[in-house]
Design a protein around this ligand. Sequence first.
Ligand code: GUN
Length: 285
Amino acid sequence: MPGELIDGKALAAKVRQQVAEEVTEFGEPVCLATILVGDDPASHIYVSRKHDASHEAGIDSRDHRFPSETPEQEVLEVVAELNADAAVDGILVQLPLPEHMDEATVTRAVEWAKDVDGFHPENAGRLFLGEPHLVPATPLGVMRMLEEHDVQLEGCEAVVIGRSEIVGKPMAMLLLAEHATVTICHSRTRELAEHARRADVLVAAVGRPGLVTPDMVKPGATVIDVGVNRTESGLVGDVDRAVIEVAGLMTPVPGGVGPMTIAMLLSNTLKAARHRRLGLAVPGA
Ligand code: GUN
């Protein structure tokens, strides 16, 4: 019997609705600012979606777009202005940035209390220390999906394929915080299939179409596909679609993790607004 597909679009709509209600209850304006440099068409689409979703949830937004050749210093100046602007609650620098810019320098210039991407070392460090504040939206969305489907994490074998700062590493930390036994696999891992086959929860986040094949999946496992690969046959994930024949629960691409990322970004923006505007305590601070 094939497994069940997780409907990320439906869950994202639920989270967005919840954020919208909480924004209304909050009663103060909430504002997300984005910075996009260059002409990557996919990035322009993603950022526009983030603005549309913000407005739908009652969150104001500022949209800063710059040509590819913009000097890094100019972007850093805009980040500094947004950091200092009391009306701005969240700042997101869309990645990738053009080659001449250093992503770490630019993303770390964002004040950590407004870092709705959770990329700043303060936020990354808090997650590592088990005192999370703003957590990267994609792995946060995955955790929300697992929770919604009552996936048992305590004591389970969780295998994360990919060690990026945006997904793999924070994903592993979040699973660890829920007491999973976590293995991180990456491009140098020997016997990837063997590791993957042990997983009760398998997360693929590398950007290689069809990397995870049915023979790599334990029957009944939960398989989360974070891959976003544009191929001749359209948008595909890192997981071969045939894996649904083996998995117990699986996210599709598109319509799985993707929509959750935007929903959790809105949730992070509201969280940042609440903490900053109400002076709420941050764990460990
Ligand atoms: N590019 C691809 N994913 C992301 C993300 O989660 N945040 C930002 N800022 N850029 C991205």
